[in-house]
Design a protein around this ligand. Structure first.
Ligand code: KG4
Ligand code: ZN
Length: 343
């Protein structure tokens, strides 16, 4: 089984061809960093327009690279949400049109489910259940992954996502966009103890996240003009790390069946955060799995793979589904006040 996957839920346009035998035949990701950088964040209309321009040529290129034509593909999958609705719509409608034209089945995919299952594409030994820490610019969740299609959302953010906080702090420190890698580089040069910063929700019973107060504290620290940016970056990164570790520890206690801790999303690329999570996993007797960076950040191989997993599990979805700006993985999860925009 070969699936052509499309991803367009935020600011990455991506296409991939993946087989049920876990082979990525070809894949491309086009970042829109240069489109949004002048604005310091993702502009939804510009994202949608860039997807329109790039998606079809990228699909052609991926097929050509694999030496295939659309007729060779068994199914087409695309992210149907959650995400920026205009952006999601571009990939979804493109996928539906390609499927209709080629008379192939179309599989709509939940972007969060794609992140949740992505580590199984590279690691066949990863068994259910596992705990997923999904930390990116748009998501900040702890999810108990029980089986394909069965997810328990243990925690979400009550305000910003962790990556969003990195991006905003980078902006405050004049480090540019996207901020995560720049803050990490800056933090390496600073003293994390020089600027005391809060660790929101640490110690609270529910494993939820909050970063708005931390961001405001960084703003105050910048405004005093008394601290070196490297120290602010180091203090901020240490505070975020402490929050992620404490909240994840709480979730591991609440989900003792987990055999592994999986960290995915752009923030999982942060070396200090990965190291702290590895220590935490060791303390809890579970292994830490971090998919390679190309699978950790938004990509289409995970979309194709999620479609394959759902097919193999006998789960079917409405091929005519409309784009969903919100699409919780766990429909039973209580909405949390002010929870992150995208999930
Ligand atoms: O998963 P991703 O590529 O896209 C989505 O947001 O869905 O994640 C991007 C986010 C950005 O907020 C970026 O600043 C953050 O991940 N990020 C990092 C690092 N690399 C990327 N945050 C902290 N440290 C990093 N090294
Ligand atoms: Zn994502």
């Amino acid at each position: 089984m070969i699936v052509l996957g499309l991803e367009s839920s935020c600011d990455e346009t991506a296409v991939a061809l993946v087989t049920a035998e876990r082979r990525i035949l070809a894949q491309r990701v086009a970042s829109q960093v240069e489109v949004h950088a002048p604005f310091g964040g993702v502009v939804p209309e510009l994202a949608a327009r860039a997807h329109v321009e790039r998606l079809t040529p990228m699909a052609d290129a991926v097929l050509a690279e694999a030496g295939l034509v659309l007729a060779d593909v068994d199914a087409i999958a695309a992210t149907a949400g959650p995400g920026l609705v205009g952006a999601v719509m571009v990939g979804l409608v493109t996928g539906q049109a390609l499927a209709l034209g080629a008379e192939k089945p179309f599989i709509p995919v939940n972007h969060l489910e794609a992140h949740a299952l992505s580590p199984r594409l590279v690691d066949p030994s990863l068994r259910f259940p596992y705990l997923l820490l999904l930390v990116s610019g748009g998501h900040c969740q702890l999810v108990g992954v029980e089986a394909v299609g069965r997810y328990r959302r243990l925690a979400t953010t009550i305000d910003d996502a962790a990556g969003e906080a990195f991006d905003k702090v980078a902006k405050l420190l004049g480090l540019g966009f996207p901020g995560g890698p720049a803050v990490e580089a800056e933090a390496r040069l600073g003293d994390p103890a020089a600027v005391p910063l809060p660790r929101p929700l640490v110690g609270s019973h529910e494993p939820h996240f909050s970063f708005a107060g931390l961001k405001t504290a960084v703003l105050r620290a910048v405004e005093t003009g008394r601290h070196a940016p490297v120290d602010i970056a180091a203090g901020f990164q240490e505070a975020v790390t402490a929050c992620l570790v404490d909240r994840t520890a709480r979730a591991l206690e609440a989900f003792p069946a987990a055999t592994a801790l999986v960290a995915a999303g752009g923030v999982a690329a942060n070396g200090a955060i990965r190291a702290a999570l590895a220590t935490l996993a060791g303390q809890h007797g579970v292994r830490l799995v971090v998919p390679p960076p190309a699978l950790c950040t938004d990509n289409a191989a995970m979309v194709a793979w999620a479609a394959i997993e759902r097919r193999e599990a006998g789960l079917a979805d409405d091929p005519d589904m409309a784009a969903r700006p919100r699409w919780p993985l766990d429909p039973a999860a209580e909405p949390v006040r002010g929870a992150g925009v995208k999930a």
